[in-house]
Design a protein around this ligand. Structure first.
Ligand code: NAP
Length: 243
């Protein structure tokens, strides 16, 4: 069966590793990105060089019009989108809650939660057979991210609720919805929080004594999307080194 996947924020970090892995497993991949075209094109070039199928697509996934246009573009190119990875996410400078302003909180919720809602909706409303969704949450939804980004943690908590509720709404249709909760993963996101070396600082305090790689997260996402996980829905894989 043909497999078509959209990976939001597929151009860097966890999304890029997931794009590459899924392409190697035979998926036709839409590598979504917000602004950095070069990085998206690089991921796509590497996939095509390896014999896979992919194309880059610029869209702000917090914008409904752009999300609809993205799904239409993918459908025209490959057919029905059979799998979806809601991976795009942002955070801002480490701060206490009392120093987070309303605009920042709304921006984080819009990018991290509304994108998940809008992409899930566009995915479900398509004609044709659909298989599975994976939402990229965070260990922050359990831990709360105090003194860092409670806004971000709250957005991931909301994603977890969407994952659970939607898995139950879609179970009868045979569409599975699961989540992954990464912990400290070596990506550029930590620079946005104001501490590029955050993972290295925290690594010794983690039970497994190290940070994780984007490729390790990608493996779990790929498994949850795959037929090997055919009886798994409404659940979460913790990728936080034991924390
Ligand atoms: P990253 O390296 O900062 O990459 C973020 C990706 O999201 C980029 O491809 C970026 O595109 C894209 N993006 C951001 N806003 C977007 C928007 N509005 N529309 C479309 N694309 C958008 O992030 P990462 O560390 O790989 O994180 C990926 C996911 O894992 C996020 O949901 C994050 O919350 C979650 N996570 C990460 C960690 C960690 O330790 N890294 C831990 C737990 C959870 P551009 O390049 O064009 O900006």
């Amino acid at each position: 069966m043909y497999k078509v996947v959209i990976i939001t924020g597929g151009s860097r970090g966890i999304g890029a590793a997931t794009s590459t892995l899924l392409a190697s497993k035979g998926y036709s991949v839409c590598v979504n990105y917000l602004s950095n075209h070069e990085r998206a094109q690089q991921v796509v070039d590497d996939i095509i060089d390896a014999g896979g199928e992919a194309f880059p697509y610029q869209a702000d996934v917090a914008n409904e019009t752009q999300v609809k246009a993205m799904f239409e573009a993918v459908q025209q190119r490959y057919g029905t989108v059979t799998h979806l990875v809601n991976n795009a996410g942002i955070l801002f400078t480490q701060s206490k809650l009392c120093d987070i302003d309303l605009e920042r909180f709304q921006t984080v919720m819009n990018t991290n939660v509304m994108s998940c809602f809008l992409c899930c909706k566009a995915f479900i409303r398509q004609e044709g057979a659909k298989s599975a969704i994976v939402n990229v949450s965070s260990a922050a939804s359990r831990l709360g991210a105090p003194f860092e980004y409670i806004d971000y943690a709250a957005s991931k908590g909301a994603m977890d609720s969407i994952t659970k509720g939607l898995s139950l709404e879609l179970a009868e249709q045979g569409i599975r919805v699961n989540g992954v909760r990464p912990g400290c993963i070596y990506t550029e996101m930590h620079a946005d929080g104001g501490e590029p070396d955050r993972v290295a600082r925290l690594a010794p305090s983690l039970p497994l004594q190290r940070g994780g790689t984007p490729e390790e997260v990608a493996e779990s996402i790929a498994w949850l999307l795959s037929d090997e996980a055919s009886y798994v829905t409404g659940t979460f894989i913790e990728l936080a080194g034991g924390r």
